[in-house]
Design a protein around this ligand. Structure first.
Ligand code: CA
Length: 233
């Protein structure tokens, strides 16, 4: 397999150096852009496998870069932003980013996030090759055509909202979905702030899905941001 090509978009030299050094020593290839315009240019001309994107760029907002890329490509985007910028992170995820890293981050965190995206990519390729409408993840099986889900061969008795939630998460396995994305997809545009209801349904879904709901295996919580279904080995 070819070494994955990562587009690093970061205007801060120390952070950029940390990232490129990490990539180099871990068998990735990379391209570098220090502003949004070059990022968009390189993304379209070099077709990278993953984009690491700082949100605070000198010439434009990182969210604009995401919107531009999303107008022509689904290529995975991991956003880099400071802890104080939770709302920026959420805006970026809603604009189509796949994941985020909070600055300052460690080399291990960076590599872990890249691996999540790579697993998701290889999983999606396998799904497409299988060309069916059944999702399998560990002991979980979702039959989209049949409209039912199974855990360890036993049918899960889900309410319509729990099932919809499970479908959204499984169809985006490995990707962080924001509260807004989930509530809008379940209840429609007017309910995008009903995070409390979302928490209730997530709790009941987990009770049915997770062997130990207190240490969830399938659905990860991103506090203040949203949820993500993890690929279970
Ligand atoms: Ca910056």
């Amino acid at each position: 397999m070819n070494k994955p090509l990562i587009l690093v978009v970061e205007d801060d030299p120390p952070v950029r150096n940390l990232i490129t050094t990490t990539l180099k020593t871990n068998d990735y290839r990379y391209l570098v852009a220090a502003d949004g315009e070059k990022a968009i240019l390189l993304a379209s001309s070099h077709n990278p496998d993953i984009v690491l994107l700082d949100l605070g760029l000198p010439d434009m907002d990182g969210v604009q870069v995401i919107q531009n890329i999303r107008s022509w490509s689904n290529l995975p985007i991991i956003v880099l932003s400071a802890r104080s910028e939770d709302s920026d992170k959420i805006e970026a995820l809603d604009a189509g980013a796949d994941d985020y890293l909070t600055k300052p981050f460690s080399v291990e965190e960076l590599l872990a996030r890249l691996r999540v995206i790579q697993r998701r990519l290889s999983y999606m390729t396998a799904e497409m090759l299988a060309a069916n409408s059944v999702f399998v993840n560990g002991k979980l099986r979702v039959d989209y055509a049949g409209g039912c889900a199974y855990l360890d061969g036993q049918e899960l008795h889900l309410t319509p909202i729990e099932y919809k939630l499970l479908c959204l998460l499984s169809k985006n396995v490995g990707k962080v979905l924001t509260h807004t994305f989930l509530t809008q997809n379940i209840w429609g545009r007017n309910w995008d702030n009903d995070v409390a209801s979302l928490r209730v349904f997530m709790a009941t879904l987990r009770k049915k899905l997770e062997p130990t709901p207190d240490s969830p295996q399938y659905i990860q919580t991103h506090i203040g941001v949203g949820y993500r279904m993890m690929k279970v080995e």
